[in-house]
Design a protein around this ligand. Structure first.
Ligand code: MCN
Length: 775
């Protein structure tokens, strides 16, 4: 059996699970100091005075600074995705100078000999604020008389994309469904909070940071701070999860570097959970108006989407791009004649938003999958049936959608049939009917979500067309070491996805070496020189392919060396099991022997160098389009509003699978996160703009005890856009699961007059929806 496809346990886990590892907070540097940040308690205010003198005088305090103190050198945090020509990118100083625009924004900092002294000294800083009105509601923010977040107004950008005759599709349509959905704000809850350590030897700088993007970060930090790029090394040590929240250039990273430069010392900062809840960029935050026009038989004519996307107070690295990642996804797996997508980015005085697992695609999938259920209900059709009547058929691939993307491959029929079978759909429908007949206070609901997503962020050309500031390629280099072991250096930056294991499997097959003989190095710009890092479920379909291609080049070099040593033509050799054999003879040499021969260099072919290594940069021709069908059965207590997810089936199609165990883990984690949005999680702000969910006691993240055993399976329709045939999986579960669960809740309550329950569907909200239905 080949390594690819094997359910290998992750090589990295023993270390990670037993704590024999390097989290940023565990790192020490000689003479290291600790930083604490004073954050604004107001959502919106003018800063009239900041006085850090009191803090400077405290024992153990080394220095204290205001935004004004570093105004000349702190630059502006970057936004690398200006999605439209009308975009407004406000100045975003890492430490506020004259105005604060969200509760949690940094206004001053203290550097001390330990983190406790630094934190205590914050209390001695005096700040005078002149309150300004908060801007919290997206629609009100766009009214002409709204208070302004920024001088230029509250609209960050506006985009409209139209395809087909939208007006015609809605004119005289037998069915028009019109709905509004709210995507609440979500807060990432990675196991490891953010942590930064910056050090300098006077000439050059090293920044250890819990990031998803060491390579992108280095470029951006060089631009923001003016530290020459070649004198800046960024290291992402072991990173305990990110889920999009560590795809960022943060104020804290910039400030730690600046402090290190100013003081000539190593400085470290590790956030507390409540600090993180306030200041880490948040996810989602959309108000969605969706209209769907259909024929009487359920076939879709057209779809109209009008979004307000909450940017928060500033545009972070890819903030405006997040809703745009959904721009071509609302039409999902369905055929239609017309499509319109309009989106306005809106500034509010809340924590900035940006990437959060799925980023733009869960929002789109939610809206279309919810409204498909409404269409089914309107026409009294089974929700699966209405989807069947609209989806792209297997034989129609490759298929160019109404939104202009070309889906390379897919088989929605197969995934759905398998999911229905595993779920026991008919039996559950029978139980549902029975509970309804009996007037059981606990009703059963069944929810479906047939999704696809655009991931594998690349290709550079398409990202360029979308105005994204960087490329989408990925790089790998592969070295055979003299003893026959293999070192893979990847430009991806795993923070929980198991690349060390997956890349080892790919390399082991390509080079015919044992899985155990491969090591994978990542996350250090001094070692892994080139990379575009990890997000957008891109690592396998871009970075994994780069590993494969680099290995293939090494193998071809080895072939030339083998031909030279065995005195034959390269084409006379066949490669199997890590050895080259002269066809039709037993004359052979192993790749390990060749590695040593290359090292010794006693007898190399003309022009060959004394090494068996190579590298590759891969830039695919298209995005990756995984898909799947998720089904949820929920029990809803109509007396208390309590929801219990009773069973959950996920059949995903991620093309060729490198490691089924990792894929299953990714799907499990993703589903849990999506259920979190459906049932539990929300960043709640009060009328003044204070975050009420600043701790994990208030911000409810589901635990294993809240979730059923997930039943997962796969169909396998290979991608045609990369030589592995693989599609991304890192976000699939999150994208699919939220609408499946909410559809199930509404399905349970539809006979009670309920058409929607806003997320998160807490017992109170379910109960209120029932009251509304009863009214
Ligand atoms: N894989 C596979 N076969 C496939 C597809 C993927 O074996 N057909 C494996 C890959 O080899 C890799 C893993 O699954 O080991 C995920 O691959 P991929 O889909 O390429 O996603 P990325 O590695 O690019 O990870 C990014 C993705 C995103 S965008 C978020 S957000 C997310 C996620 O991964 N954040 C995570 N999963 C996470 N998992 C953990 N533990 N922590 C996070 O922060």
């Amino acid at each position: 059996m080949t390594e690819v496809g094997k359910a290998r346990k992750r090589k990295e886990d023993a270390r990670l699970l037993t704590g024999r590892t390097r989290w940023t907070d565990n790192l020490r540097q000689p003479g290291m100091l600790h930083v604490a940040f004073l954050r604004s308690p107001m959502a919106h205010a003018r800063i009239t005075r900041v006085d850090v003198t009191g803090a400077r005088e405290l024992p153990g305090v080394f220095a204290a600074f205001t935004g004004q103190d570093v105004a000349d050198e702190q630059g502006s945090l970057p936004c690398a995705w200006p999605v439209s020509e009308d975009i407004v990118i406000p100045e975003h100083p890492p430490m506020a100078v004259s105005e604060v625009r969200y509760a949690g924004e940094i206004v001053a900092c203290v550097v001390a000999t330990d983190r406790y002294r630094a934190a205590d000294a914050l209390e001695a800083i005096e700040v005078d604020y002149e309150p300004l009105p908060p801007v919290l509601d997206l629609e009100a923010a766009l009214a002409p008389d709204s208070p302004k977040v920024h001088e230029a107004g509250n609209q960050a950008f506006s985009v409209k994309i139209t395809s087909g005759d939208v007006e015609g599709a809605f004119r005289d349509a037998p069915v028009v469904i019109d709905r509004t959905y709210v995507q609440q704000r979500l807060i990432g809850a990675a196991m490891e909070p953010r942590a930064v350590l910056a050090a300098t030897d006077g000439d050059s700088y090293t920044l250890w940071t819990s990031t998803q993007i060491p390579h992108v970060l280095r470029v951006m930090l060089a631009m923001v701070t003016g530290i020459p790029e070649h004198q800046l090394r960024v290291i992402a040590p072991d990173v305990g999860g990110g889920f999009g929240t560590k795809l960022q250039v943060t104020a804290e990273e910039v400030l730690c570097l600046l402090l290190s430069r100013r003081l000539g010392k190593a400085v470290k900062w590790t956030e507390s959970r409540s600090e993180g809840n306030m200041a880490v960029h948040q996810g989602r935050g959309q108000l969605q108006h969706v209209r769907l026009a259909a024929e009487a038989d359920g076939r879709i004519r057209g779809l109209q989407v009008d979004l307000l996307a909450d940017m928060g107070a500033y545009l972070m690295l890819v903030t405006p791009g997040i809703p745009m990642l959904g721009a071509t996804m609302f039409n999902a797996i369905y055929k239609m004649d017309a499509y319109e997508f309009a989106c306005k980015g809106v500034f509010t005085t809340k924590t900035p938003t940006d990437a959060y697992r799925g980023a733009g695609r869960p929002e789109a999938t939610f809206a279309i999958e919810r409204i498909m259920d409404e269409l089914a209900a309107e026409l009294r059709l089974d929700p699966i049936e209405v989807r069947r009547r609209n989806w792209i058929k297997h034989e129609e691939f490759p298929y160019t959608t109404i939104a202009g993307l070309t889906y390379d491959s897919g088989n929605y029929e197969a995934a759905t049939d398998r999911a229905l079978q595993l779920f026991g759909y008919d039996k559950l429908r029978a139980e549902q009917a029975d509970r309804r007949d009996r007037g059981d206070p606990v009703q059963l609901g069944i929810g479906v979500s047939t999704f696809t997503e655009m991931c594998g962020l690349a290709p550079s050309r398409m990202l360029g067309e979308a105005n994204y500031g960087a490329g989408g390629w990925e790089h790998a280099s592969v070295r055979m070491l003299p003893t026959g072991k293999v070192e893979v250096v990847t430009g991806t930056s795993p923070h929980g996805q198991g690349h060390v294991t997956s890349w080892s499997q790919i390399a082991a097959d390509a080079l015919g070496v044992p899985f155990e003989d491969v090591t994978v190095v990542h996350g250090d710009t001094a070692i892994s020189h080139k990379g575009m890092d990890t997000y957008g479920s891109r690592s396998l379909v871009v970075g994994g392919v780069a590993v494969l291609q680099a290995c293939e080049k090494v193998r071809e070099k080895a072939r030339r060396l083998a031909a030279h040593l065995l005195e034959c033509a390269p084409d006379d050799l066949e490669f199997a099991g890590g050895a080259f054999t002269v066809k039709g003879t037993d004359s052979r040499t192993t790749i390990q022997e060749l590695a040593l021969a290359a090292f010794a260099a006693h007898n190399l072919p003309e022009g060959a160098e004394a090494r068996l290594d190579s590298d590759a940069t891969f830039d695919p021709v298209n995005y990756s389009f995984p898909h799947g069908t998720h089904l949820a059965a929920v029990e809803v207590d109509t007396e208390t509003g309590q929801v219990r997810v009773r069973s959950y089936v996920a059949v995903d199609d991620v093309g060729t699978v490198i490691n089924p165990l990792i894929v299953e883990g990714q799907v499990h984690g993703g589903i849990a996160q999506g259920i979190g949005q459906a049932l539990y999680e929300e960043a709640v702000y009060d009328a003044e703009g204070n975050l009420l969910t600043a701790t994990l006691a208030d911000y409810l993240v589901p635990s294993a005890a809240d979730l059923p055993d997930f039943v997962t399976d796969r169909t396998e329709t290979p991608a045609t856009s990369n030589p592995l045939g693989a599609k991304g999986v890192g976000e699939a579960g999150t994208i699919a699961s939220t609408p499946a669960v909410v559809n199930a809740i509404v399905d349970a309550l539809r006979p009670h007059g309920v058409r929607d329950v806003p997320m998160p569907c807490t017992p109170e909200r379910v109960w209120r929806a029932l009251e509304g239905g009863r009214a």
